[in-house]
Ligand binder design. Structure first.
Ligand code: TMP
Length: 230
């Protein structure tokens, strides 16, 4: 890995081939799939180039978004939330994040790594909550405008592994969506799979059963080939 980073550093200093590409990369998948760990590894690799890297997670990432995140995820009195309310709150958080954080960062020439973005809404609220996809796509587009990731890494986690992985994690704050039955997560997984089939040029499917070092290598290879083609 160190050798690869060194090689990339040389290439980066001798050319600027990522210019013109939106350096926006998203990480998607079920909780427990390892996406946050891999995003942190990619962040470290890019910083070592060196590069300006900004990271975020959805929902949240701004003052308004963090307030919305609290209602969406951690407020135990919000269990009666309707799917329509839920999707609008995710989109509201996203609309703020895009304008306040992502677009200015891209304008500065920074890399932006997102732990979830609008594909989460298509998978969770579209496939999971069964909100009609036409409405989901329209709302996604309204929230992000033209801010579409260049690359999306989809971490496919078999459902039988999800529960095992989540139970190994240190206890975290109450998360409303995590209380959904397994059929919900099956539908979300299927929703993600369909998205990846529809946009094979953007999506890269990651095998979450592989060891973390080789996953990091695969991710780096894709970033490198996508942004610094020979
Ligand atoms: P996380 O930050 O721990 O990944 O939790 C975010 C939760 O919110 C997770 O259960 C997925 C869910 N979610 C949606 O349902 N729709 C969305 O658009 C986003 C961004 C997240």
């Amino acid at each position: 890995m160190v050798a690869t980073i060194f090689l990339c550093h040389l290439m980066l200093t001798s050319s600027n081939m990522s210019a013109g590409k939106r350096k926006l990369i998203s990480f998607e998948g079920l909780d427990g799939s390892g996406k946050s760990t891999q995003m942190a590894l990619l962040e470290a690799h890019l910083r070592a180039l060196p590069a300006d890297v900004r990271t975020l997670r959805e929902p949240g990432g701004t003052y308004i978004g963090d307030r919305i995140r609290n209602i969406l995820q951690h407020d135990q009195n919000a269990s009666g939330m309707f799917p329509e309310t839920e999707i609008l709150l995710y989109e509201a958080s996203r609309a703020q994040l895009v304008r306040e954080f992502i677009l200015p960062a891209l304008k500065d020439g920074a890399w932006v790594l997102c732990d979830r973005f609008f594909d989460s809404t298509t998978a969770y609220q579209g496939a999971g909550r069964q909100i009609p996809l036409g409405a989901v796509h329209w709302l996604n587009r309204f929230a992000v405008d033209h801010c579409i990731p260049e690359l999306t890494f989809l971490f496919e986690l078999p459902l039988h592994l999800r529960q095992a992985r989540l139970s190994q994690r240190p206890a975290k704050a109450f998360d409303r969506i995590e209380y959904e039955p397994s059929e919900f997560f099956r539908a979300v997984t299927e929703g993600y799979r369909q998205l990846a089939e529809q946009e094979p040029q953007r999506f890269v499917i990651i095998d979450t059963e592989a060891d973390p070092d080789s996953v990091a290598e695969v991710i780096w290879k894709h970033v490198y080939e996508h942004f610094f083609p020979r």
